[in-house]
Design a protein around this ligand. Structure first.
Ligand code: BTN
Length: 291
């Protein structure tokens, strides 16, 4: 059994980041980390503040779904102040940071199902929800919510057993949440800084503490984030997508599309070649693979 109790100190102590995870608000139980993060952002907490809970009683998923988050797993939200034109890249950043963390900490191979579900052996192990706080025409904060099934026994949840998995079920032993969380926060910051430093025009729009960083900041890059810096966040995300080239059904909020997932755009949207030969751009939806 992995000794793995979470606390703000155990997460922040010696964490090699400048701002992501330097302030952690830990709760044994709360409704949803998204909810508390929204309140904290409204009170002006520092960029990079993390809200984390051992248990969520009203976890939220994409497309107005609920998210099951019992103890033993990871449920956290990170508050960021990205430049406007970097907003579409955040789904790429978050899913890649999770993929890199899972692969480095557990040795399992992880892949992304468009737009940002992370799968291991074809089953979902992580969901990501991104919400923006808007004031007038401006985004005042972005909240990235990440839920990872770490030590979930799927046998106890037969209703999701065919589509979901957990790291412990895949490995046959428990996984340290603390190790994974700390790796994830460092990786998110590396990718976030890479995004800002990558020549993106939005670098000049930044408002948070990361605005002052330059390429020289990346003294301790992991091999994975160094790759991203070299090849680009979009390219790395696209190359990790399990979805492309597959026959898929995409369920949006009120429409269902079917076709071949042909490619993805730099803004994160999916380009679907329909049965009639037309190309449709899909901004949000849930993909199921048809073959
Ligand atoms: C999805 O796949 O539908 C997204 C799930 C996102 C779940 C995480 S858990 C931490 C954060 N708090 C929430 O209420 N939701 C996100």
């Amino acid at each position: 059994m992995v000794e793995d109790s979470l606390s703000a100190v155990s997460i922040t102590e010696g964490l090699k980041t400048r701002f992501i995870g330097q302030r952690v608000l830990y709760y044994p139980s709360l409704t949803s980390t998204m909810e508390i993060a929204r309140q904290a952002a409204g009170q002006g907490v520092a960029e990079g503040t993390v809200i984390i809970a051992d248990e969520q009683t009203a976890g939220r998923g994409r497309l107005k779904r609920t998210w099951l988050a019992p103890r033993g797993n990871i449920a956290l939200s990170v508050i960021l102040h990205p430049g406007l034109s970097n907003l579409p890249s955040l789904i790429m950043l978050a899913s890649l940071a999770v993929v890199h963390s899972i692969e480095s900490v557990t040795g399992l191979k992880a892949q992304i199902k468009w737009p940002n579900d992370v799968l291991v052996n074809g089953k979902k192990v992580c969901g990501i929800l991104i919400e923006n706080e808007i004031l007038g025409n401006a985004v005042t904060a972005t909240i990235i919510g990440i839920g990872i099934d770490v030590n979930l026994r799927l046998a106890d949840f037969p209703e999701i057993q065919s589509i979901a998995t957990s790291l412990s079920d895949e490995l046959g032993k428990e996984v340290s949440r603390l190790k994974l969380i700390r790796y994830l926060l460092v990786e998110m910051e590396n990718l976030y800084l890479a995004l800002s430093a990558g020549g993106s025009p939005s670098a000049s729009l930044r408002t948070g503490p990361s605005a002052e960083f330059t390429l020289s900041t990346f003294a301790s890059l992991s091999i994975n984030s160094a790759n991203v810096l070299r090849t680009g966040l979009y390219e790395e995300w696209r190359d990790n997508l399990i979805t492309l080239g597959k026959k898929v059904r995409v369920t949006g909020e009120d429409t269902i599309y079917e076709g071949i997932a042909e490619s993805v755009d730099r803004d994160g949207s999916l380009l679907l070649r329909g049965l009639d030969g037309n190309l449709t751009r899909i901004v949000a939806g849930d993909v199921s693979l048809r073959e």
